[in-house]
Each structure stands twice: as C-alpha cells, then as structure tokens.
Design a protein around this ligand. Sequence first.
Ligand code: BDR
Ligand code: CA
Length: 371
Amino acid sequence: MSARSRTAERSRRQFGSRVARGAVFAALFALLCPPGPAAVAQNEPEGAPLPVIIDTDPGTDDAMAILLALASPELDVKAFTVVPGNVTAEQALENTLNLVSLAGRCDIPIAGGAQRPLAQRLITAEFVHGENGLGDIELEPSSCSADGRFAPDLIIEMIHRMPGEITLVPIGPLTNIALALHKDPGIVPLVKEVVIMGGSITEGNVTAVAEANIYNDPEAAHAVFHAGWKVTMVGLDVTHRTNFGAEHLERLALAEGEVADFAKRVMRFLVYLAAEFGAEGTPMHDPLAIGVAIDPSFVTTRHMRLDVETRGEFTRGQTVGNRYSFVERNEPEGDRLKMTGIDRVEPNAHVAVEVEAERFLSFFLERITGF
Ligand code: BDR
Ligand code: CA
C-alpha cells in the first residue's frame, strides 16, 4: 500500500463515523426538504416595474450595475444609498452622483450613509477599482445633488411608504442595511426581498473563504442574514462563473453614446486587470445581483441556513451554508458530550448555486448597448 493510500485509509477509518452521520443528515434532508436546487419563478416581465433601493459602493462593477439598473424598465429605482467599501464613503457618494448624472436620472434620490463598518476599520480596494473607484476613468461633474437624509433613514422611510413592495439590492458591505434594521426592526415584514451581492459557500476573494462585501462588515452581514426577511444571496458561487471577456468587449465596442463609452472604458480596465492576474474575464459581481432582481431565473437557488463567521482567525467574514439544515445535538454525559440526535436548523437564505452566465452576459450587453 502506498503512503498516500495508507493515509487515505487512516482518514477513512478516523472519519468513518462522521461520514455515517453525514449519510444520516443526507437521508433526513432528502426526506424532509424539497429535492435539489430550485429554480425561482421569474418576475412578471409585463407587470409593474419592481421598486428597488440599491445600496452601493462604486466601485467599477457597481458602476456597471447602476447603469444596468437604470437601463432596465423592469426596475423602478426608488433610491441609491451609498456605503463605503471599494472606496471611502465620500468617494463612493461622488461616484454615485456622477454615474446617475451620466445616465440622466437626477430625479432619483442619492443618499450617503455610514462612514465606516460597524465594528472594524474600513478596508478600501483602490488596488482593484482604481484610485477613484471607477478604473481611473473621470466622469463629468454631476448635475445631481445628494439627498440630505441619512441613507438608513431614507431606507426606513421608503419601506414604510411602500409596505410589502420594496426589494433592497445591497451590492456593497451591509452596513447601511444593518443600521436601518437596528434603528427600526419593524421594516422586516414590510420588505419584499433582499437580493444581496456577497458571500459564497464555496470560496473567497479576500481570504480563502471570505467574500469582500461580507468581510468588510461581518457583523452587519450577520444582522442582515438573520433578520427574518426573504434573502437571496448572489455570491461568488455564481459571480465567479459570470465572466465578461474579450469577446464581450468586442460587442460592447460597437455601441455608441456617452454611457456606452464609459462602460467600454471601465470594462476594458477590468478585463485587462483580470488578464494581469491570469484570468480570461472579469466577474460581473454586482451586475448579476441586479440581473437576479430583474429576472430570478438567471440563477438557481437552494434554500439553506446561512451563518456569518464573525470570530474565526482564518474564517472571519465567511458565509457558512448548511446544505442539510441539520446540526448534531450533543448533551453532557459525565465528563464528555454525547451525541443524542440531530436538530433541524431553519433555512434563512436562498443561495444562488447555478447561473446561466452567457444568457446574463448577453442581457447585460443588450441593455448597455441598446441592441
Ligand atoms: C464585491 O466586492 C466589491 O469589490 C465588488 O464591488 C462587489 O460588490 C465582490 O466581492
Ligand atoms: Ca460593490
């Protein structure tokens, strides 16, 4: 027996009991839970536009998400609320004002909010988003001005004004949403859905396991995932499979107009940056979340328990998905704990696990180019 197969054999013996428990979990899961990933019903395309509030930290991919949202008649953007993340709060607000002005939509309120995460220092990412957060592409000064309200207050106010109607689409750290929740937990049953770009149940992009939006404010993420409202998580599990590459750039190059010109330059910046790191395309993180708000059938989701790790030395900011919805029950027995059964944990998030990437990328291009 080779050293490698001896090790494998030892591991099999050591973890045999765990595997058996895994099998019990799986069997119970199959009995008690709906089978496999579930495709989410599509939003009615002919229906009234979906009222959304987009909470954002622009950010190159946020910029593309904002332009996609404003080019999509299925959405009625009620407000942009701004959070620090990719860049400082001040820069993110300036960028949002410039982007919304570029799209000619100064009628939409734009409000600044938190200045830093709830319980840690702000981590900005000019390294990947450019010094100004927009790939160092300068926009004309904005014709829009900032709304005087504090973003979490604006979120609360709008939710109360339209009970049951508003979908929140946070595409940055979850600080503003958590502050709104903390100030008025009464908003929870009044929100239609929260579609989050963030997290992952398979990989990280800041650490081995943590995604940037969650890593940048894990305490806020914990509050948002456990609030009790409907949460859909569009994480790296799907955004890392939605890569915009050279062939998409070619199609974008045919488009004309100010918005398309800006999009070309940003996407070129991102595709070249990805190439420097050996990747063939750039992940469309934030635009995909907007896409899912418009048409949930771009992804397939699984309903599961999702917890945010806030303490681990190597795992802080990880979103931990429990695919079986069960945990082992251990009870004191003398000087040890003894497994006495298993307990069900309630699912709290619809986690996107599959994506129709090319269909989404074509959709994005259609909306930005107009053809
Ligand atoms: C997320 O982090 C930011 O860098 C992007 O804007 C996106 O929201 C991806 O991990
Ligand atoms: Ca973002």
